[in-house]
Design a protein around this ligand. Sequence first.
Ligand code: ASP
Length: 345
Amino acid sequence: MNSLLTTVDFKTLSTYNPELKNVVILATGGTIAGSGEAHKTLNYEPGALPISDLLASVPHLDEVANCAGIQVSNLCSADITVSHWLTLASIINSLAGRDDIHGFVITHGTDTLDETSYFLNLVLKTDKPVIITGSMRPATAISADGPLNLYQSVALAANPEACGMGVMVVFAEGIYSGRDVQKVNTFKANAFDERDFGCLGYMRDSEAFFYTRTLKKHTTAAQFDVSALSSLPEVSVAYFHVDANPGILDYLATLSQGIIIAGAGGGIYSKSWIDKVGELKQSNIPVVRCSRISSGITLKDAYIDLSSNSIPCNSLVPQKARILLSLALTQTKDYDRIAAMYNEY
Ligand code: ASP
């Protein structure tokens, strides 16, 4: 068993309250654990403060739930790797079976939080709430947003209404699905959104108000099992633009078992790229077509016939389509089976 797990014993908390739910907080770093010049929002170090400081910074957290912290890593989320994802999945999947654990919160850098959310949404085998959060301002900034985000995430993780909803993100009083959440602003505190799909609900203080749920498969209904894996098939993303060199695809094929194309419009690309994608199919390297536009859908029947050699991504953005292809490749290289997954997940 992972040695991090032995630290989870709620009854040793000085504030332990048997009337409250028990929530495990997994800290990975990011701006929420960032430290810099007092009151400033720039020039700070992400992933500098330990989980104990984060928990101590939230007044009245011990009235919402009993919280046990695990420091999984402490880094900028640009440095999150598949290995961190597999560790998070293994810890949560192991602890989720315990009757005395009711929910999980992951603190994470905001830059890749959307990717970690979607990965975990596909591989966790629990209906218990798993909430991911972060902050846009470091803990030392004026009006730091981390404490409210963490407070509301713990409240949602302790809320039975949040069971079976898949991995969710709580940010700036919004509740978002792990599938559709996306960072939409580089610096504002209200930096997350679900594009065309809005949000799942709102947080007001510690209360949750749900209005919708995702219809796409997740967690206990998902077919992916990473418990025996120490790595995932490598998938790269190619960004199409005017006069883009098809040699980029050749190069990526040397690194990857599958390729995502962030195409123009509804996921289109030039004739030279179409030819190259046909060659990749011959080489058994699946190509998934996405769009560099962040809203809408990429379908089989775009007006150019791109369908025969590539798989449309449905409504996933390229970085999330990459995760699904990587997981799909742990099971199959068959185009029809992979295409079906893009409709299901
Ligand atoms: N660069 C930081 C990170 O992703 C940004 C943040 O957390 O807001 O770790």
